[in-house]
Design a binder for this molecule. Structure first.
Ligand SMILES: Cc1ncc(COP(=O)(O)O)c(C=O)c1O
Length: 451
């Protein structure tokens, strides 16, 4: 970051802090009990996070009374924004009847019917409490089904916070080797080096390099796990040929193809798999399917998923809150309301947002990328087309941080990495408001950059 921009960033931090004295007080209090005052790394940012008091529709209100247009929606999990009436009513009704039973109940059938009918790959499904857990089970069943142990993931792919998936999620590319020989880099201290021995990392959208890794290791590889659109890496969209190639080669070598659709599940009624026309063996879901409550799910072909049938005594899968009554009620209400009309609506808002951002940047003479598809996009400060993690890592990430704080200070809440996600609670005028604020911010950035 050049010194002018650094000075500008400092000024925004001061402005942000001045407009949030109550959040600052709460942050100081939180630090006494939580490391850094935080219990989720992805919600922390400097100088201190904004404390939220309530959400309503497309907006949130913070502890200082600032009104924030929410383009983040709890990292894409709130498809209907905050306080979606049918979901709130379903949860209230269910809470009064009991939040969790040590027994199955009807709403589990109803939500499962809806999801299995929508997602082409899912014949049978099971629930967990997070997307992380869903992926852990997707991996476990791939291992059980194939009798093999290794896993192939993409560089920059995020599948949750657990050892084996925390390989090369956001690595320093200077230390990550060449694309021909990507080094597996742990994302956090404490990740088991032994667990990472089972992991091979390939570049997204790169058929030849991926083919080489698969062919050299196919005897040991149980699964390939992939986000059809790489979300946390920067909403990198796939070449359809790459997805088709993965489908073909995994079938050839008895490797289970897992689509992590925890985020992309919203792209169409049947997720990215329906949208791109490529059907994996196993799919993991999460986020929107819980209607704003903690959730995850994994499902797939009958012949694979049947191994979880307790009568077969092959696989063990428990969890006190798996498929609990509140999550099922909330999920059913939210997903029933997320019908084709709602999918088209958020995707239309998304297109309006993307076109609007590109228009702003072209009028400002800035060469930028807006990656993503459907209702989720990422602003990337690079003039190069983005195909894989390294293309994003080469962009100016620090400019996203400035943009984030600048927008937040002015009442627009996106993700620090530049991700914007639409909800059905948003109107076209909300998107216009976001674009107007973005334009004002971009002018100031440009001036700070130039002077
Ligand atoms: C693609 C993807 N997979 C898995 C996860 C993990 O889900 P959870 O945070 O519910 O554990 C996330 C979370 O952001 C995700 O983006």
């Amino acid at each position: 970051m050049n010194p002018k921009m650094e000075k500008y960033f400092e000024k925004i931090k001061e402005k942000y802090a001045a407009s949030r004295p109550n959040s600052y007080k709460l942050h100081k209090e939180a630090i006494k009990y939580l490391p850094g005052g935080d219990t989720r790394t992805a919600t922390f940012f400097l100088p201190f996070p904004n404390f939220i008091v309530r959400g309503e529709g497309a907006y949130m209100y913070d502890a200082d009374g600032n009104k924030l247009l929410d383009f983040q929606n709890n990292y894409t999990s709130l498809i209907h924004g905050h306080g979606h009436k049918p979901t709130v009513e379903a949860v209230q009704r269910q809470m009064a009847l009991g939040s969790a039973y040590t027994a199955p109940f009807e709403a589990q059938i109803e939500l499962s019917k809806l999801l299995t009918e929508r997602f082409p790959s899912i014949d049978l499904i099971r629930y967990t409490n997070s997307g992380t857990e869903a992926n852990m089970h997707a991996l476990r069943i791939a291992r059980a089904y194939t009798g093999k142990a290794k896993i192939i993931k993409t560089e920059g792919g995020y599948h949750g916070t657990t050892d084996v998936f925390e390989a090369s999620v956001d690595p320093n590319i200077k230390k990550a080797g060449t694309l021909d020989e990507i080094k597996v880099i742990p994302e956090s201290r404490g990740v088991s080096a032994n667990a990472l021995k089972d992991v091979l990392v390939v570049p997204f959208n790169d058929i030849e390099r991926t083919r080489k890794v698969i062919e050299e290791n196919q005897k040991d590889v149980a699964c390939i796990i992939i986000e059809p659109i790489m979300g946390s890496a920067g909403q990198i969209t796939p070449d359809i040929e790459y997805l088709k190639f993965l489908r073909e080669i995994t079938t050839e070598y008895n490797i289970v193809l897992i689509f992590d659709e925890v985020v992309t599940g919203r792209l169409s009624l049947g997720g990215a798999q329906k949208h791109y026309g490529v059907t994996p063996d196993i799919t993991s879901l999460g986020k929107i399917i819980g209607g704003g409550t903690p959730v995850g799910a994994f499902g797939g072909k009958k012949e694979i998923m049947e191994m979880y049938d307790p009568r077969q005594k092959k696989m063990y899968h428990s969890g006190t809150f798996n498929g609990n009554a509140v999550t099922m009620a909330a999920g059913l209400a939210a997903m029933s309301a997320y019908d084709q009309e709602a999918v088209d609506y958020v995707n239309r808002l998304g297109k309006k947002f993307k076109d609007g951002v590109l228009d702003i940047y072209s009028r400002l003479g800035l060469n930028m990328q807006v990656s993503g598809e459907g209702s989720i996009y990422n602003i990337l400060f690079t003039d190069k087309e983005v195909k894989n993690y390294r293309d994003v890592a080469a962009a100016h990430e620090e400019l996203n941080k400035i943009l984030y704080l600048d927008l937040l200070t002015r009442g627009v809440f996106d993700a620090e990495r530049g991700m914007f996600c639409m909800s059905t609670a948003m109107t076209e005028s909300d998107v216009d408001l976001g674009l107007g604020t973005l334009e004002a911010v971009s002018y100031t950035h440009l001036r700070a950059h130039e002077t």
